[in-house]
Design a protein around this ligand. Structure first.
Ligand code: SAM
Length: 413
């Protein structure tokens, strides 16, 4: 029997973390309470740093369950605002309730007390190892960042991956203005370009907002404003036909449909399952200028049919690691290189659907050169009938906490 809410919450975070270590998938968002979610995601973000602290405190690494209890304890002690005494007691109790054995309870107690007294073990001086442990980044990724973009960028990028990402809502300005909605929901966050409202940390919790009448009536959706900077490159005008060819789960399609009620939008994706949430577009958001279809973009049969094409291609997610921290540990360099081949193939095959003088925007939430500049460069070299419109947009976190995105606009001559 779990005796109190605090323990129940820790138990659910513990369950999520054990599952993640076993399956590579991290349960998140609505199924966990805010504290449990913060704890599970925070531990995942700092996993290598926390493991390092455990490794330095024992002769033999304990089993995975005990590691999870310890990682949670160390995270709360050094990266959350929880008193150390309470952390030590609740961690020992968690180990007991999880039936890890009295030996493990003593081990948890002993290691956390030691860390309470002496602090986290110091980090090695070598730059790659230090960055890897300090920000829980795999060493191959640190090396790649250092090689491609230098030490300042590598440090800044790595640091972002352990920070809590900002939360924003996109206002359906066809139904309500950002100011009016902000008043109705009593939110105090910033407004971004009249269309996005920041959801301040913790209060109100995302779950409460998603249960609100305003959400059900389609006044807002959850989305990071980086999407706006990407779709702006399309330069859409009334009456245009637009194909969002890698659309699921539909964030950018919905933004497009809200921004351009007089454009005709086709949103398609290869995955019927990932398209399911897009039923929202018609029912909740009342958007009538958009149709949805399951379609493999590499096997389409459109010919010069669209004025605009958005290709938000499948990618490594390297630009959103603070939101999806588990990706850091499962991704390999080979995965990134394989993705770049898929991205190029998608771009190559999509373009026949674009009308002359039409614009295609190639976008990805990865800043990795092989998924961005190299794909575009290779494409332009092979297609002299295309030209780049302006410089690619490289969205970085900046003061608004935007997701990292790369987007390049290409015009068919
Ligand atoms: C980065 S996600 C798109 C996110 C979406 N644009 C949004 O804003 O919500 C990439 C999408 O590409 C889809 N995809 C991958 N290969 C595809 C293909 N050959 N044809 C169409 N869609 C594909 C994936 O199923 C995935 O939903």
């Amino acid at each position: 029997m779990l005796q109190n809410d605090g323990l129940k919450t820790r138990f659910s975070a513990f369950g999520a973390l054990v599952d993640w270590r076993k399956t590579g998938k991290l349960l998140r968002e609505h199924s966990l309470s805010p504290f449990a979610k913060e704890l599970a995601l925070g531990v995942c973000r700092r996993h290598l740093r926390l493991l390092h602290a455990i490794r330095k405190s024992v002769r033999r690494m304990p089993g995975l369950d005990v590691q999870c209890v310890l990682e949670m304890g160390i995270y709360q002690m050094f990266f959350m605002d929880v008193p150390n005494r309470a952390v030590i007691d609740s961690s020992a109790e968690l180990a007991r309730q999880a039936n890890l054995g009295e030996g493990s309870v003593k081990l948890v107690n002993g290691i956390l007390r030691r860390l309470d007294r002496y602090g986290l073990p110091s980090l090695p001086p070598q730059n790659v190892l230090r960055l890897s442990l300090e920000y829980s980044m795999p060493e191959w990724l640190v090396r790649r960042l250092l090689d491609c973009c230098g030490p300042v960028y590598a440090e800044e990028f790595s640091k972002e991956t352990v920070e809590r990402p900002s939360q924003w809502m996109r206002v359906n300005v066809q139904k309500i203005s950002a100011e009016e909605l902000q008043k109705r929901l009593a939110l105090s966050g910033r407004i971004y370009k009249n269309r996005f409202i920041e959801i301040p940390e913790g209060n109100p919790h995302l779950g409460e907002l998603l249960a609100s009448k305003e959400f059900k009536e389609g006044f807002f959706s959850i989305q990071n404003p980086a999407a706006l900077e990407v779709v702006n490159l399309l330069q859409i005008q009334d009456g245009m036909s637009v194909w969002d060819a890698c659309a699921a789960p539909g964030g950018k399609s919905a933004l497009l449909a809200e921004m351009y009620p007089h454009a005709e939008i086709l949103a398609s994706d290869i995955s019927a399952e990932r398209l399911l949430p897009m039923q929202d577009l018609h029912s909740r958001l009342s958007l009538s200028n958009i149709s949805v279809q399951t379609l493999d973009v590499t096997a389409h049969s459109f010919f010069e049919r669209f004025d605009r094409i958005l290709l938000d291609v499948p990618c490594s997610n390297l630009g959103v690691l603070s939101r999806r921290p588990e990706v850091k540990y499962r991704l390999s360099l080979k995965d990134v290189l394989d993705l770049s081949k898929i991205q190029f193939h998608i771009l190559e095959t999509a373009v026949s659907a674009l009308k002359k003088n039409g614009i295609l925007v190639y976008a990805t939430c990865s800043p990795e050169p092989v998924e961005t500049d190299k794909v575009v460069k290779k494409f332009l070299e092979a297609h002299p009938d295309f030209e780049q419109v302006g410089l690619p947009v490289r969205i970085s976190k900046n003061e608004f906490g935007l997701d990292r995105f790369f987007a390049a606009a290409l015009r068919k001559k």
